[in-house]
Ligand binder design. Sequence first.
Ligand code: ADP
Ligand code: AMP
Length: 214
Amino acid sequence: MRIVLLGPPGAGKGTQASRLAERLEIPHIATGDMFREAAAEENEAGRRIRKVMECGELVPDALTNDLVRWRLARPDAQDGFILDGYPRNVEQADTLDGILDDLGTKIDLAIKFMVRGSDIVARLAGRRVCPVCRTVYHMDTHPPKDDEVCDNDGVPLIRRDDDLEETTLRRLEVYGQQTRPLYEFYGERGLLTEMDALGTTEEVFGRLLAVVGR
Ligand code: ADP
Ligand code: AMP
């Protein structure tokens, strides 16, 4: 299956995508994770990406689209994938159609994660990530077993720079202006399914499995 996950920052897309990817045995492709890796590099490209991300803006489309084109051509993505954080505007969605066309395939399903504004704020404020294995935690709802260190490798968890309040507000604005139009884009093509993303991770995962027919 070729699945696109849509929703505001903090909706729980990454949390669910990694579980679903495991269940369906297809890769979880998160452009945010790929850019965080690039941003950690001490070179010109890394610095430029870091600056964009710290401001809560989108990385330029040309770069983003090239990255996704490369990733989707890899052997592990030929039987399906879950895209998380891409596309994020109509230009990217159009490009994705073109990329898949070239590969002789298409998107099966776009799933919209429905959450309330108050939940987004709470989810982003409490989010912590492991800088090594990228596992996502929440200090209230999914805390690590030991105070502020990763369960997998014992490394201190970090708060993403772009989860600080000011950047969060800008990211939500960018989402509203650029990403929201994608609901119409995929709706018009008959590919969009809306899913309630409130409740526990287990409850949401159950709904997600039903949406993908598992
Ligand atoms: P996104 O990828 O959409 O930005 P994440 O998956 O990183 O969102 O989730 C944002 C935060 O919310 C994380 O701290 C995560 O642990 C937490 N979270 C995810 N799903 C739920 C849920 N169903 N209930 C409560 N907290 C959740
Ligand atoms: P995310 O992890 O999806 O919340 O993304 C974190 C940041 O990475 C975003 O705020 C953007 O700066 C950048 N980013 C991730 N995906 C994209 C994309 N598809 N297009 C442009 N920028 C992106």
